[in-house]
Design a protein around this ligand. Sequence first.
Ligand SMILES: NC(=O)c1ccc[n+]([C@@H]2O[C@H](COP(=O)([O-])OP(=O)(O)OC[C@H]3O[C@@H](n4cnc5c(N)ncnc54)[C@H](OP(=O)(O)O)[C@@H]3O)[C@@H](O)[C@H]2O)c1
Length: 264
Amino acid sequence: MTEHRPLAVVTGASTGIGYELAKICATNGFDLVVAADEPAINTTADEFRSLGATTEAVETDLATLDGVDRLYDAVRRLGRPVEALLANAGVGLGKGFLDQDFAKVRRVIDTNVTGTVYLIHKIGRDMRANNSGRILITGSIAGYMPGSFQAVYNASKAFLDNFAFALRNELKDTEVTVSVLMPGPTDTEFFRRAEMLDTEVGQQKKDDPAVVAKAGFDAMMSGEGDVVSGWKNKLQTTLANITPPGILAEQHRKMAAPGTGKSS
Ligand SMILES: NC(=O)c1ccc[n+]([C@@H]2O[C@H](COP(=O)([O-])OP(=O)(O)OC[C@H]3O[C@@H](n4cnc5c(N)ncnc54)[C@H](OP(=O)(O)O)[C@@H]3O)[C@@H](O)[C@H]2O)c1
């Protein structure tokens, strides 16, 4: 790795928003440590290398503490400070809560919440010790709405949206910044993996992950607290702040309940 390039760690970099975040980091002068659960991350890493970023790929399950430790150890072995942590890996899960497989429910919480905060705890401590670093957490506008038929996922994103602002405040007297990217529905593997292709939200036109990632990267680099990408999503979060939760839950049912999509 070249010493003069700052180092970014991007989780969930094999597809979707994380892939685009890693690409933007690479084209903006960062070297990379990229992580994902499946072997595809090793081939995806070649794309980042072709953009000029020295890249270390770590295939690891970030739903487990051991998996996060493996990523952290790989970072430590490089002996370089992490200038940017883009904690992006996450999974969704559709259908009614009581109809979901609890192992999958737990995986949403373990990946989106436990694995994410554990990684931030470890790398965040190093950043604070260096008094330097940028953290970007991929939250979601879903965190603003009780997510009927995606209940645990939305709750996990409400956790992250909220957590990001608290950590940001705790670090306000340091040179470590915390930003949260709140995408709306984005065109990635997410809805297929969440088993939501028969829903309205699963079938609607979605945002371009490259555009969403650019908004997140820019917010991280300028140290903004949060960024909601796209005017429709901005309007939705503004309205969500003044709408009773029961009404939001009913609205969410209409777009996320199984069978709400036009085609199945
Ligand atoms: N798409 C949307 O509409 C949307 C909206 C708001 C927020 N978000 C958030 O954006 C983030 C990225 O999602 P996406 O839409 O880009 O979906 P995606 O295409 O499914 O990408 C998810 C990424 O996370 C990785 N990942 C998932 N579980 C993991 C685990 N246990 N350990 C390691 N890596 C894991 C995946 O790697 P593997 O393939 O190797 O598992 C993949 O690289 C998530 O946090 C999601 O909640 C998405």
